[in-house]
Design a protein around this ligand. Sequence first.
Ligand SMILES: Nc1ncnc2c1ncn2[C@@H]1O[C@H](COP(=O)(O)OP(=O)(O)OP(=O)(O)O)[C@@H](O)[C@H]1O
Length: 296
Amino acid sequence: MGNAFIQLSDVMLRYGGGTIALDHTTLDIEKGDFVALVGPSGCGKSTILKLVAGLLRPSAGAVIAGGREVGAAGTLAPAGAHASAAPRLRIGLAFQNPTMLPWLTIRENVMIPLKIVEPFRQHYRSKKRGEYAERADALLAQVGLKGFGDKRPWQLSGGMLQRASLCRALVHEPELLLLDEPFGALDQFTREELWDIMQTLWIAKRPTVLLVTHDLRESAYLANRICVMSARPGRILETRDVGFARPRTLESSYAPEFAALVQQLRMRIAQARRESDAVPVPMPVPPGNVLEEVAA
Ligand SMILES: Nc1ncnc2c1ncn2[C@@H]1O[C@H](COP(=O)(O)OP(=O)(O)OP(=O)(O)O)[C@@H](O)[C@H]1O
């Protein structure tokens, strides 16, 4: 095994009902990289995020995050309980529909990871609380939400909530950021604005990012590498390096080479879908000697 920051080694994942979501899935991600996962619907992209987050344990193979085995096939202990002495990774999560606690202000929602993740947690109730509030406010300002810290979630639009959820994902300075369609529910303009914000935040702090998206332009705008998955059971079919200079801009996303990459990805995914449609369905065994009769 190599020394990648995140590693999936020949992983198979079978859900309780018997669905095999992933098979022979191997993926290496270096520290500080920005990797996008794209592929046909239902191919297992979110399942990979859940494995890396330690929410699922592989049915076969191994998943390593930050030098620590987050789940090994065949173990009965909770994910991570058998793991190495390496400290737990600080992970930030953002999903398509951000869930905010309605009785808390936006600032308090953003501060939630500081309340529960060590080493921040032990200082939360002490003098650091004011410092943490300032940290949350600074992040909110960075994403265009200056002055909204005292509002309640229901007073913000969907795009504003998604910005706040990015702040919540980043407030504890995670080493690893797991993003599952974080901009999927937003209109195109807001989405593109958030790409820019996301890129700025990544350039400033360089967390390792694993982004699941259906939006191929988004993957080409944000990622350093794009992994294309096969249809379910998903595995990585191909990895594309995205060499466009940073910071990328909306204008640069209309350049011919950008459009060409997006088109190639689209074609590769369409091919993966066709290949899965073409998987031969086993023919029922004909009764008796029907074949001989036909041959005769
Ligand atoms: N908890 C579960 N129990 C059983 N099957 C599941 C479960 N979660 C996901 N699956 C199945 O596993 C497969 C992969 O799901 P997953 O959500 O990882 O795919 P995805 O690529 O993220 O999908 P999409 O692109 O549509 O969001 C799908 O066939 C899905 O129905």
